[in-house]
Design a protein around this ligand. Structure first.
Ligand SMILES: Cc1cc2nc3c(=O)[nH]c(=O)nc-3n(C[C@H](O)[C@H](O)[C@H](O)COP(=O)(O)OP(=O)(O)OC[C@H]3O[C@@H](n4cnc5c(N)ncnc54)[C@H](O)[C@@H]3O)c2cc1C
Length: 492
């Protein structure tokens, strides 16, 4: 198709693009020049793990190669190339008794790709999102200049590039602050608590987080080590998953890092993405017809055994538990199955200082969504809920900028199809419900929502990006279908 290549997002959407690869600054600059001369827009692509079409383009996609060096841990920081995968970064940090504060659940994502989206993890309730832990990065701008960006140097770009989805330039190298754990045999202890019903889920989660500051880790002046005060003792993970069986059962997970030399491994199936049983259960819930069997097995066989004592998992199994989903998807896609997925996350705001009102708001959102799902006869593969502290820093399109809330994620998966018209319609309706309570649609997964409401809910970020585009990308070279759909006033 006119020299174009078909590229596929993780969810299965396809875009035909002029694909170029670059492993050097000179290579990137040359491709940008070609795109300019041909009138094409451009997107950068790293680990290719975006759910939606954030990294795809109907014009040119520059697939980054190389840039994957990983430095030594020094003074609890690590400097990595933008293409270094989180799997490789964890391996290096762990050997030095450290762990990144925020780790996404797939080892194949890259540092540049997650910085561009300001990733979150199950540790976010106590550690904030990825951007909080970025010390500095180098950015290749469209003028062909490499700039160092931090809270004190080119700070407007620092805040515009983190959570900026690659719309201002290419990140080449990043320095992260790490959590000093103090031992290298890092394992994760997790308690699973079962619940039955959406109200009891919100009771458990909101009560747990009562008293926690609504905003994330505070910033010290930029010259000072900004995260000195977030220590191992402050750090724990908490999240919940709901299986949509008749009782709406699920479990809340509470996890913390422990020294593997002092405890015995007691792996949970949930955190063993390489095990055959884990992958078989993943496959079971990927099909509408047999999904209920998967739920029953999960809740009544596996989870029952898990209640007796805390699990102790290897760091990698705990952290990268979605590698199982990824492997199953790749396997079936290899066999020719479409393996479509839609996953969308909403931030439902907390009511400051009022846990009862927060519980009510979250429970009402979940119950209304549940009722709509029931009425349409649609069963999601999973719903999960996670507390997100508000961010004081102006990371441009971060869903928690100045907004503490609960991230509610709906996942729909199907072995045999790639289109989800009914589910997408529902996701749009959920978006309206989230906007109505002052919430946002998180932009890192799939995004189905009315664009004017999206722009309104990210008004500060849209204004900030407009200003940055005027200086750094006045012709809107870095623009794509995703931007046109989400923030049309920023697209070319
Ligand atoms: C199985 C799975 C599990 C996931 N788990 C989590 C999770 O736990 N938490 C979470 O927050 N997210 C999660 N995600 C989402 C994922 O972290 C994001 O989609 C992330 O952006 C993917 O990074 P990538 O390296 O694959 O980048 P790509 O998909 O290649 O690109 C993502 C975005 O980053 C931009 N970009 C990439 N590299 C650069 C660069 N060097 N400079 C500038 N811009 C760049 C792209 O233009 C695009 O906008 C998960 C995704 C999958 C598929």
């Amino acid at each position: 198709m006119n020299g174009k290549t078909r590229l596929t997002a993780y969810s299965g959407q396809e875009v035909w693009a002029h694909l170029r690869e670059a492993d050097s600054v000179a290579g990137i600059v040359a491709h940008l020049e070609e795109a300019r001369s041909r009138g094409w827009t451009v997107s950068f692509r790293g680990g290719q793990m975006s759910f939606d079409t954030q990294a795809l383009n109907e014009g040119m996609v520059i697939q980054l190669r190389g840039f994957d060096q990983i430095g030594e841990v020094a003074a609890s920081t690590i400097t990595v190339g933008a293409l270094a995968t989180w799997g490789a970064i964890v391996a290096k940090a762990k050997r030095a008794g450290h762990v990144p504060y925020v780790l996404v659940s797939s080892s194949e994502t890259t540092a540049g790709g997650t910085l561009a989206t300001n990733a979150l993890s199950r540790f976010t309730p106590t550690c904030g999102k990825e951007g909080t832990h970025v010390v500095s990065f180098s950015l290749l701008t469209l003028a062909g200049v490499v700039l160092r960006c931090s809270r004190s140097e080119n700070s407007e770009l620092f805040f515009g590039v983190i959570a900026g989805f690659g719309y201002l330039g290419v990140v080449l190298e990043i320095t992260y602050q790490l959590l000093s754990v103090g031992f290298s045999n890092i394992v994760v202890e997790t308690e699973f608590e079962r619940f039955s019903g959406l109200r009891s889920l919100t009771e458990l989660l909101v009560t747990e987080l009562e008293g926690q500051p609504a905003s994330g880790p505070n910033r010290a002046p930029p010259e000072v080590n900004p995260l000195e005060h977030v220590t191992l003792a402050d750090t724990h993970a908490i999240s919940a998953v709901v299986y949509m069986n008749a009782e709406r059962q699920g479990f809340v997970m509470r996890s913390r890092y422990v020294d593997g030399d002092t405890v015995e491994l007691k792996p949970s199936l949930f955190h063993q993405p390489s095990s055959v049983l884990h992958r078989a259960l993943q496959a079971l819930i990927m099909n509408d017809q047999i999904r209920p069997i998967g739920y029953e097995l999960m809740m009544n066989l596996f989870m029952k055994s898990q209640e007796k004592s805390a699990a102790v998992d290897e760091l990698e199994g705990f952290t990268f538990f979605q590698n199982g989903n990824d492997a199953v998807k790749r396997f079936f896609r290899g066999l020719g199955f479409p393996m479509g997925i839609r996953q969308q996350t909403y931030v439902i705001p907390v009511v400051a200082g009022d846990a009862a009102a927060t519980r009510d708001k979250l429970a009402s959102f979940l119950e209304r969504a549940d009722a709509l799902l029931d009425a349409r006869g649609i069963v999601p593969a999973l719903i999960d809920v996670l507390y997100l502290p508000g961010e004081a820093e102006p990371f441009v399109f971060s869903s928690t900028r100045g907004l503490a809330g609960y991230a509610v994620t709906f996942t729909f998966e199907e072995l045999t199809r790639v289109t989800f018209p009914e589910e997408e319609q529902l996701l749009i309706e959920f978006s309206r419900m989230a906007f109505a309570v002052g919430g946002r649609v998180h932009l890192v997964k799939n995004v189905h929502a009315d664009s004017s409401e999206l722009e309104q809910s990210y008004a500060a970020g849209v204004a900030q990006m407009l200003g940055l585009k005027a200086v750094h990308d006045p012709t809107r070279l870095l623009s794509n279908g995703f931007l046109s759909r989400v923030f049309p006033s920023l697209a070319r």
